[in-house]
Design a protein around this ligand. Sequence first.
Ligand code: TXA
Ligand code: MG
Length: 327
Amino acid sequence: MNQKNFTDQIFNQIIAAAKIIRAGGVVAFPTETVYGLGADAFNPNAVEKIFELKQRPTFDPLIVHICSTAQLNLVCKETDERLFLLAEKFWPGPLTIVVNKNKNVPDIVTSGLKTVGIRYPSHPIAAELIKQANTPIAAPSANKFGRVSPTSADHVRKYFPKLDYIIDGGKSSVGIESTIIKLNPEGFEILRHGIVTREEIEKIIPYSAEAKFNLNIAAPGMMKSHYSPAKQFYILSDKILKKINPKESGLISFTGLYDSDFKLVVKLTENKNLREAAVNLFSAIHTLEESDINFIVAEPVPEEGIGIAIMDRLRKATYNSMRSLEP
Ligand code: TXA
Ligand code: MG
C-alpha cells in the first residue's frame, strides 16, 4: 500500500497512465460519474486524438478535469466569488461549472468558445491521475460519439478494444454524467441535469433560466445532444405496448410492476430509489444492447430531483427510435 491507500497494482497503473498523458497520449480512467477518455488539456495534438478516437465533431467541447480548487487559475480567469462558493460546496464531485477560460486553454478543447467547463472529480483514481500527470486533463465520456456512456472498464473496452491504456476502477458510483451549469449575471443555468440537482445548487446561488437549446447550434456545446443505443429504445407507455411485442423486448424496470410481461428484465432498483436507479441505468442499457432482444423499453421514473436527470437520459435515448415510429 502507498500513502493514498491504493493497492500497489492500481498505483502503478496510475503512474503508467500519467506518463502516457505527459507524453501526449490518451488513456481511459474511472470517475465517479462515468469513465473518461483523457489527454493533457494543454496539448492540442493530444486532445485532437480524443476527437479522432471518439469520432466526435470538433464543435462539441470537452470538460477540463482538475485535482484541486487551486488549479482553477490554470484554466480560467474567474475571480467570481460564486465559483468558489460552488467549489467549496460541491467539489470534488459530479458538478461541471462553465466559466470564462484563460488563454492557455487551447481552442480545440473548448471548440473555439471563450468558456470552459471545469470539473474536479471525487474519484480517487481520477484525482491522483491528474496529480501525477501534473496537468489538467481534458476528457469526454469514453464512448464513441452518439453512444451510451461507459460505467465500467468493460464498457470502455467494448468501444475501444485497441486503446493503449484503461485503468480499471470498477463500477462508477454515480453512473450518469455530471450536472453542467453555467454562471450568468443573474445566477446559474443548467446545461445538463445530473445527480447534483437544481434545488441543491439554489441553496448557494440563485437559479436564473433553463438554457435554450437550439438545433441550429448558435453556441457549440449547447446542441440538443442525443445518443442512440444499439437497439430500438422506447419509454414504456400504452402507445408503445401497441407497437412492440414485450416478449421480444428487454425491460429496464423501476417499479417491478411490468416485469412478468417482458422477455428479459434488468432492475434498476429494488425499492424505487432514484439514486440507485441512476447508478444502474447505463449498465442496464449496455446489458440489453448485448442481449438477444429486439427492443429496449424503459419504465419512466418520477420527474423530480435525480429523476429529472434520468428522464433526460431516457428521452435522449429514444430520439432516433421515436422518429422511426412516426408514420
Ligand atoms: O461526468 C462527466 O461530465 C464526464 C466525466 C468523464 O467527467 N464527462 C462527460 O463529458 O460527460 P462529455 O464530453 O461526454 O460531455 C460534456 C458536455 C458536452 O455535451 C459538451 O458540449 C459540454 O459538456 N460542454 C463542455 N464545455 C462546454 C462549454 N464551454 N460550454 C457549454 N457546454 C460545454
Ligand atoms: Mg459524452
